[in-house]
Design a binder for this molecule. Structure first.
Ligand code: PLP
Ligand code: COI
Length: 337
């Protein structure tokens, strides 16, 4: 294998040795299979291809300073994938199969877990797809659940350096009572044009507003939004955003740091009142934001060009738990032997 430049990894696909797969047929999940192929063989009328019957997840494994590999909150990803499956009428992957697959996929690819010093991690991508053939708009009767992994660096190439977001009112990512709260591919297809528009103009992501009224903040492309105001951690309540496991963890960490946590609608104008803001997610970790440009109103909101004090504290605590350098009082990590 070619030597990997661990320190300069970006967030992108690379081939590792093995992936794991289980097929749902005749109403039940089969044994977990190990594959060294990057290819899936499936029917051309599979429902995932035509009608978007699919869901994916994202979680990470970290090499600790103590040489132990830790996976972060995999049970939460299992539960979210079950909600996604229910949301598009797919067979649900039980907790036990999900966790067995995560553990196996990491164990089989241990040599791809980036070393502690690199600050990189192993990204774990569970995928659930309808493979059964249908041409009427109906759920499939066969599914494939699989997990593949790859070493990754930061999602936003700036890493922990603050970036710029943009607000465009002409795009929605998800409808108020649509699929925004589950992790299905259609939401990401729906975000591509807006994301490209943002990138072409030098922004790292779009900060979406609620689709119904365009009054409140929703989320930032592939990450949740949070704002810090004095001693408060404030994050949007919305029926069209993905419940982020990172955000849920940061709320707990903020509370433990003695901060007040508010989950509520955040009017766009409140952007002018925050001391610090950031995007958070598995891939994004915490990405501090230095500027939000409201393109329709030609108005900008500015934050510091360096990460804010609270964002740094939250980031360090979260990373510390993930890499095993901080205590893990809630048992968020599982060690992979
Ligand atoms: N929001 C969206 C739309 C996402 O795709 C993700 C990534 O999974 C997140 C938020 C962050 O969620 P999590 O922290 O669970 O990775
Ligand atoms: C993650 O943060 O794990 C995600 O799934 C975001 C992404 C779409 C890359």
């Amino acid at each position: 294998m070619e030597a990997i430049d661990w320190k300069n990894l970006s967030f992108g696909y690379s081939k590792t040795d093995y992936n794991v797969r289980s097929w749902y047929r005749n109403g039940k999940w089969g044994e977990l299979e190990i594959s060294d192929s990057e290819v899936i063989n499936m029917h051309m009328a599979a429902t995932s291809l035509h009608y978007g019957q699919e869901s994916f997840e994202g979680l990470k494994a970290f090499m600790g300073k103590d040489g132990k590999i830790r996976v972060f909150r995999m049970i939460e990803n299992a539960r979210r994938m079950q909600r996604s499956a229910a949301g598009v009428m797919m067979a649900e992957v039980p907790d036990s199969l999900f966790m067995e697959a995560v553990i196996k996929a990491v164990q089989l690819n241990k040599k791809f877990v980036p070393p502690f010093e690199s600050g990189a991690s192993l990204y774990i991508r569970p995928l659930l797809i309808g493979t059964g053939a249908q041409i009427g708009v109906k759920p499939a009767d066969e599914y494939l659940f699989m997990i593949f992994v790859m070493p990754v660096g930061p999602y936003f190439k700036e890493g922990f350096k603050p970036t710029d977001l943009v607000i465009y009112r002409q795009y929605d990512r998800a409808a108020p009572l649509g699929t925004g709260t589950i992790k299905v591919g259609g939401n990401y297809a729906a975000s591509l044009v807006a994301g490209q528009h943002a990138h072409d103009n030098g922004f790292s992501a779009v900060l979406y507003l609620d689709a119904r009224e365009k009054k409140y903040l929703d989320e930032c492309g592939p990450a949740n939004f949070f704002g810090i105001k004095k001693n408060k951690y404030i994050t949007p309540k919305s029926s069209s955003i993905l419940p982020s496991i990172t955000n849920m963890s940061l709320r707990q960490i903020a509370e433990d740091m003695g901060m007040e946590v508010e989950v509520r609608p955040i009017p766009v104008e409140e952007l002018s009142e925050f001391d610090e803001i950031g995007a958070c997610g598995t891939a994004a970790v915490i990405s501090p934001i230095k500027r939000v440009y409201d393109a329709d109103l030609d108005k900008e909101y500015l934050y510091g060009s360096e990460p804010g004090k609270i964002s740094v504290q939250l980031y360090e605590k979260l990373r510390g738990i993930q890499y095993g350098t901080e205590p893990d009082p809630y048992g968020w990590t599982d060690i992979i032997e």
